[in-house]
Design a protein around this ligand. Structure first.
Ligand SMILES: NC(=O)C1=CN([C@@H]2O[C@H](COP(=O)(O)OP(=O)(O)OC[C@H]3O[C@@H](n4cnc5c(N)ncnc54)[C@H](O)[C@@H]3O)[C@@H](O)[C@H]2O)C=CC1
Ligand SMILES: O=CC(=O)O
Length: 321
C-alpha cells in the first residue's frame, strides 16, 4: 500500500509531544537529530519535501529555495525569521510562517532574569559559593545596581517589548521606549513614554533590545550608541545578536563605559566574540528565550497548524508578510 501522508522535513528534533503529532500525521523525510543538519541534509530536505519545519539556526537562502520545487510551506520554529530569504520564498510562492505570541511571556521572563541577574551579580555569587570561596556575609561583597524605580529603556515595543514593560510595573520603573510606528498608551499603573533612540540611550539605566533583525536594525547598537549610554547602565539583548555590534560591546565593557550586559543572543552563534566570556560583569545565556516546555511545545503545534492549513489549501494562520 502506498504512503498517503504528506512528506514533511523537520530540520531538528522538537519536543516529544510535537514529534508524536508529526509522526501521526506526516511521513518524515529523515529522522531529525538534536543538532543542526548538515548543509547537504538541509538542501535535500527542502528539495524533496512538500512542507518543512525549520529552526532559527538553519539558513534558508535563495539558492536552496529555488531548488525546492515541491515545497509549499516553510514553518519557522521561531517568531524571528531573519534566517529565511523572504523575497525568495515569495518569488517561489512558498508560504513562510512563524510562531508569535506563545513565546512572548517566556522571552519576557528570561529578559527579566537577565536584568536581575546582571544587576545583582547572581552568577558571580553562585560561582563564589560553589567554589567554596565564600567566607561569610560581608557589607562590601558583590554590590550591584538597584533595579526598582530606575528607568527601563525598551528598543522595539512589540509583543515581547510590551510584555517586558508590563513586568516593570511591579518594580515601579518608568519605561522609555523607541519603536517604529504608532504611539502606545500606558496601561493602568505604568508610565510609558515614546522617545527617540538617543534620548532613550542617554536616560535609561537598563536598555533592553526587542526589535527583529533586519537590514535597518543590524548594528543598531554600535560604538556611538554604547558611548551614549550612562556609565552605570546595563544592556540586555534577548532579540538577535547582530543588532548589537559585539566587538564594540566588548570594548565598552572592557573600558567600563557601561556597567554590564546580559545576553541571550550573539552575532555568530554559538561562537562568542573574543574576550566576552572572560568579563565578570556580563551574564551569558545560550539563546534560551523561548525555552519553556509550554512555549516550545506550542511553537511546534503552531508550525503544524500552519503546515496543515497550507497543505489543505487554506490560508496559513501565521503567515510572515
Ligand atoms: N531570545 C530568544 O529566544 C527570542 C528572541 N526573539 C526575538 O525577539 C524579536 C521580537 O519578537 P516580537 O516582540 O514577537 O516581535 P514584534 O514584531 O511583536 O515586535 C518587534 C517590534 O519592533 C519594532 N521595530 C521593527 N523594526 C524597527 C526599527 N527599525 N526601529 C524601531 N522599531 C522597530 C516593530 O514595530 C515592533 O513593534 C523577534 O524578531 C526575535 O528576533 C523572540 C523570541 C525568543
Ligand atoms: O529566537 C527565537 C525566536 O523565536 O525568534
Amino acid at each position: 500500500m502506498s504512503e498517503s501522508r504528506p512528506l514533511l522535513y523537520v530540520s531538528r528534533l522538537l519536543p516529544e509531544p510535537v514529534m508524536a503529532t508529526v509522526r501521526e500525521r506526516y511521513q518524515l523525510l529523515t529522522e531529525p537529530e538534536e543538532g543542526p543538519p548538515s548543509p547537504a541534509v538541509l538542501r535535500q530536505g527542502l528539495q524533496e519535501a512538500t512542507a518543512a519545519i525549520v529552526t532559527l539556526s538553519e539558513r534558508i537562502d535563495a539558492q536552496s529555495l529555488s531548488a525546492a520545487s515541491r515545497l509549499k510551506v516553510v514553518a519557522n520554529y521561531a517568531v524571528g525569521y531573519n534566517n529565511i530569504d523572504l523575497a525568495a520564498a515569495r518569488h517561489h510562492s512558498i508560504v513562510l510562517t512563524n510562531t508569535p505570541d506563545v513565546l512572548t511571556d517566556a522571552t519576557a521572563d528570561l529578559t527579566w532574569a537577565l536584568i536581575l541577574a546582571t544587576a545583582r551579580r547572581v552568577v558571580e555569587g553562585d560561582a563564589l559559593v560553589r567554589a567554596g570561596d565564600w567566607t561569610g556575609w560581608s557589607a562590601t561583597q558583590l554590590l550591584g545596581a538597584e533595579v526598582a524605580g530606575r528607568t527601563l529603556g525598551i528598543i522595539g515595543m512589540g509583543r515581547i517589548g510590551q510584555a517586558v514593560a508590563h513586568r516593570a510595573v511591579g518594580f515601579r520603573m518608568p519605561v522609555h521606549y523607541y519603536n517604529r510606528g504608532t504611539r502606545l498608551t500606558s496601561p493602568p499603573g505604568a508610565q510609558w513614554a515614546g522617545v527617540s533612540l538617543p534620548d532613550l540611550l542617554r536616560d535609561s539605566d537598563f536598555v533592553s533590545v526587542h526589535v527583529p533583525l533586519t537590514e535597518q536594525t543590524r548594528h543598531l547598537i554600535g560604538a556611538s550608541e554604547l558611548a551614549a549610554m550612562k556609565q552605570t547602565a546595563i544592556l540586555i539583548n534577548t532579540a538577535r545578536g547582530p543588532i548589537v555590534d559585539e566587538a564594540a560591546l566588548v570594548d565598552a565593557l572592557e573600558r567600563r563605559t557601561i556597567a554590564g550586559a546580559g545576553l541571550d543572543v550573539y552575532e555568530d552563534e554559538p561562537r562568542l566574540h573574543p574576550g566576552l566570556s572572560s568579563l565578570p560583569h556580563v551574564v551569558l545565556l545560550p539563546h534560551l528565550g523561548s525555552a519553556t516546555w509550554y512555549a516550545r511545545v506550542q511553537m511546534g503545534m503552531i508550525c503544524l497548524r500552519n503546515v496543515d492549513a497550507v497543505l489543505a489549501g487554506r490560508p496559513a494562520p501565521n503567515p510572515v508578510l
